[in-house]
Design a binder for this molecule. Structure first.
Ligand SMILES: *Cc1c(COP(=O)(O)O)cnc(C)c1O
Length: 254
């Protein structure tokens, strides 16, 4: 049993459900306040629950609360959780996003369960995903294209992932040319040591450039537990929230 599962065992599903309901209401209120402060409609901002390190039982409770979009940063953990949720809540149309750095050799297994990869940052990864999804379609393992966001790195720090700003337009064209990928827009993680406002303002411009060339690519995934207000102020259409929803992660991640 993992530490999370033991905790879950002690508190019981009802206590956990209440805790998650309260946290969700708080996150929704933060997003709504930030949207209104920026003269935006709160309904323009979707919530991706980042469930890495948390058990599928928690994901099931989140689906009971109305959430259907979940983010994982490790291929194997995501695959196992997606399968478990399908057993726990067979009727829920959950959508699974990969949000973390991805090795190309994971593309083939990911194509079996993931609906979206939000962290695409190189031409080689685009090509690996295209060929992996094509194979999965051929073998009947999936029918729909893989939704793709291009991860933008404002400071070009190679350790955190993301493509440098000037490489994004060519990557967008490359994804758009792939039959089995669907370009949704861009994603970013604000770098440490830079004011998030500054990073989000830069990424908003990158997103606008991608949208000008590919009008359907309207998603801007920006903002996490600590900086979602700044992201919503700068045009984010999806906030990716882990800690503020599920609590502090006990296990190391990323
Ligand atoms: C873990 C993670 C999140 C969520 O972070 P929190 O600070 O826990 O809300 C969002 N995006 C990515 C890419 C992540 O890896």
């Amino acid at each position: 049993m993992t530490a999370h599962e033991e905790e879950h065992d002690r508190t019981g599903p009802d206590a956990r459900r209440d805790e998650l309901a309260e946290a969700l209401a708080e996150v929704r209120a933060r997003v709504a306040d930030a949207a209104r402060a920026a003269d935006r409609d709160p309904a323009e901002v979707d919530l991706l629950a980042v469930t890495k390190t948390w058990p599928a039982a928690d994901v099931a409770l989140l689906t009971d609360l109305g959430l259907t979009a979940f983010g994982e940063n490790k291929e194997q953990e995501g695959a196992a959780k997606a399968a478990e949720l399908a057993t726990l809540r067979p009727d829920v149309p959950a959508r699974w996003h990969v949000v973390g750095r991805l090795q190309r050799n994971k593309a083939r297994s990911l194509a079996r369960w993931a609906h979206a990869v939000d962290s695409v940052d190189s031409a080689r990864l685009v090509d690996a995903l295209e060929s992996a999804v094509a194979k999965a379609v051929d073998t009947g393992e999936r029918t729909d294209p893989l939704a793709v966001l291009l991860q933008v790195s404002v400071d070009a720090d190679p350790d955190r992932g993301g493509a440098p700003v000037d490489e994004v337009p060519a990557l967008a064209d490359r994804v758009a040319g792939c039959a089995h990928l669907h370009l949704g827009g861009v994603m970013t993680v604000a770098p440490q040591g830079v004011a998030p406002e500054e990073a989000f303002a830069t990424v908003w411009e990158v997103a606008a450039g991608v949208r000008a060339a590919h009008p359907h690519a309207t998603t801007l995934s920006a903002g996490m537990s600590g900086d979602l207000e700044a992201a919503v102020a700068h045009g984010s259409t999806v906030v990716r929230v882990g800690t503020a929803l599920l609590g502090r992660r006990w296990l190391p991640s990323v």
